[in-house]
Design a protein around this ligand. Sequence first.
Ligand code: URA
Length: 438
Amino acid sequence: MHAQEILAAKRAAQKLTPSQIRHFIDGYTEGSIPDYQAAALVMAIAIHGMEPDELAVWTEAMLHSGEVLDLSGVEGVKVDKHSTGGVGDKISLCLAPMVAACGVPVPMISGRGLGHTGGTLDKLEAIPGFSVGLTTEQFIDQVGRLGVALIGQTETLAPADRKLYALRDVTATVDSIPLIASSIMSKKLAEGIDALVLDVKVGDGAFMKTLPEARTLAQTLVDIGSRAGKAVTAFLTSMDQVLGHQVGNANETAEAIEVVKGTGPKDVTELTLTLGCEMLVLGGVCEDTNEARRKLEQSVASGAAAQKLRSVIEAQRGDAAVVDDPGRLPTSSHQKKVPAQKDGHVAQMKSRSIGRAAMLLGAGRRKAEDSIDPGVGVEVTKKVGEPVNKGDTLAILRYNERDELDEAVALVENSFVVEEQAPPAQSLILEVIRGSRK
Ligand code: URA
């Protein structure tokens, strides 16, 4: 089989056969198919799309391009959560220990931040000593012993995705729904999970700017999971303002610790409970959402969730005392407040600009190889709908010496729109799509 024939078929908007797909993904992973042919194929896919069954085979070929973890030795239904990425999204840090404290094993493999969005690994690494680099054996062992492990992508998991993602980045094919969906699901399915809860972000700070686009992505993700025999639920949630108050790394970790202890911001707590309830139901430890919510709230009130978080941090060689004393987390040496220019209500908060400002302060990366400063970030002190008086602080930038401070301040100033009238209340949870295993 020649790669050119596969390219010609997709260029003509034809459906690729399973053997064509496997030939292409295997050849590209091992290097017999070069980048220039793969670039042509991803461009043709970005233009013509893929049929659902074709995409399921494409995803399966990516998933089998590397190691697929075997968690069958761990008792229980293994459930993970994945977010398509937002600003201030620290949910994984509080959700994983809360769900594990309720008896559902959570094997969580997360990513790093890039551009205006943060990444769970960077937030975890803000905890002094914390290691996200467990071996596969250590990861499986820890999920078995503690019910939760939080690690980064290994070299051996879905290597086809790593190559294809780098190629998409330089060929303007990142924002293709079949390519995004297969990229996410190949990595998640390689974790050896039984069920998955997806948080598909919608709005200014998200990949998907509109509800119809996000709905298509969510449905595509759920469909791939269902065809692979997994229980998958996708929530569409708003990213039209920062989640919680903190954007950065150590500050977000501190905010997630508050949620685990029952003192977190309302929106972060609500989203954690919503996703957690679904994980408990899919995990088979609760009959319905009401029972699951009671169980999760109980894990917080009894201190079991906080204890689970201490155990995970300790197992991964971090300073578990941060759970009781978040003052041990890294901080910054300077701060700058952004005041409101007039009286009124916060009508809009452009979360993408706030994420970008945090990146400029050093909390995120422009390029994958950039290093980050864990102690810097942005705190939003007023959220959408809140009344403000002229001179009130809208946000605080926390930084160390930084050339781009002025640009970051301007981004935060311009991200707030203050108007006389309060805007209509916005929902955080917009829709839910549940799969049925095929
Ligand atoms: N996240 C991924 O893992 N892959 C994509 O293509 C986009 C977001």
